[in-house]
Design a protein around this ligand. Structure first.
Ligand code: NAD
Length: 263
């Protein structure tokens, strides 16, 4: 499938894990991709591995000037932006009683406010997209049920509200009512279950042991791979989903189907 031929996509947190797999998938389907990450070496390596003109961008989503500069660089190179994937998310598992201001800022900041900054920076370009803009945000099943990790989960739940409200605010109908001829922007959110990424595999023996346990608990018989999420993101960003906006799509191997113990 070449659903993104002639289109330009920006993926945040794309140096590794899910973000990298999304960039690979969009590039495979013909997109000119820009990979943004605060890990400068990592994002250069990820873009080089993709080839096909993939563009690495050193970008920290907690810094507005950095986000604005990343979007400007994409526009300077390609003159358009059709797809934005908000993939950055930070979780530290801080116990509720220990959530101080720093913990809130360090997790909710990039996860929720980071996505706001990216949408704001990309907005005029997505509105100008001749094919209609598409934003896909990576949430989590933690935003949909009580799996603990409270700062992270609250930020992910916040992304769902953001997604829904923006889907209406920048819909073709609302824009037309404001006198704009823009095709509008579709906003959708993918809520992954446990995905085998470096966030788990680089976390030491305890995290690996937990991942092995989770592998057996998922109804699908395994935890997810980054490519499972990339496939869903590519669908929602493509014209195949042209009548889908404002939704939350769990991609979770069945985790939300019933009471599972994740301990
Ligand atoms: N892995 C899972 O089990 C899982 C489950 C549900 C949701 N998610 C979500 O999927 C997304 C990706 O997760 P992952 O497991 O691939 O993560 P990861 O930790 O493997 O990769 C995250 C990437 O984001 C980058 N990053 C972090 N903070 C940044 C910032 N401020 N600015 C720019 N880049 C920054 C990191 O450098 C890294 O390259 C996150 O939003 C995460 O919450 C992951």
């Amino acid at each position: 499938m070449r659903r993104f031929e002639g289109r330009v996509a920006l993926v945040t947190g794309a140096a590794r894990g899910i973000g990298r797999a999304i960039a690979v998938r969009l590039a495979e389907e013909g997109a000119a991709v820009a990979l943004a990450d605060r890990d400068e070496d990592g994002v250069v390596a990820a873009a080089a591995a993709i080839g096909a003109g993939a563009m690495p961008l050193a970008c920290d989503v907690v810094d507005r000037a950095s986000v604005d500069a990343a979007v400007s660089a994409v526009i300077a190179r390609h003159g358009r932006l059709d797809v934005l994937v908000n993939n950055v998310g930070v979780s530290s598992g801080t116990a509720f009683e220990e959530i101080d201001d720093a913990a809130w800022r360090e997790q909710a900041g990039p996860t929720l406010h980071g996505a706001v900054r990216c949408v704001q920076a990309a907005l005029p370009h997505l509105l100008a997209s001749p094919v209609g803009g598409a934003v896909v945000t990576i949430g989590s099943i933690n935003g949909l049920a009580a799996f603990g990790d409270l700062v992270y989960s609250a930020a992910k739940a916040g992304l769902q509200s953001l997604n829904q409200n923006l889907a209406v605010l920048y819909s073709r109908r609302e824009l037309a009512a404001r006198g704009s001829s823009s095709r509008g922007i579709r906003f959708n959110l993918v809520a992954p279950g446990t995905i085998r990424t470096p966030a788990w595999t680089d976390g030491g023996p305890e995290r690996m042991a937990r991942l092995d346990r989770l592998d057996r608990l998922y109804p699908a018989g395994r935890v997810g791979e980054p490519e499972d999420i990339a496939a869903a993101v590519a669908f929602l960003a493509s014209d195949d989903a042209s009548w889908i906006t404002g939704i939350v799509l769990p991609v979770d191997g069945g985790a939300l189907t019933g009471p599972l113990s994740f301990d």
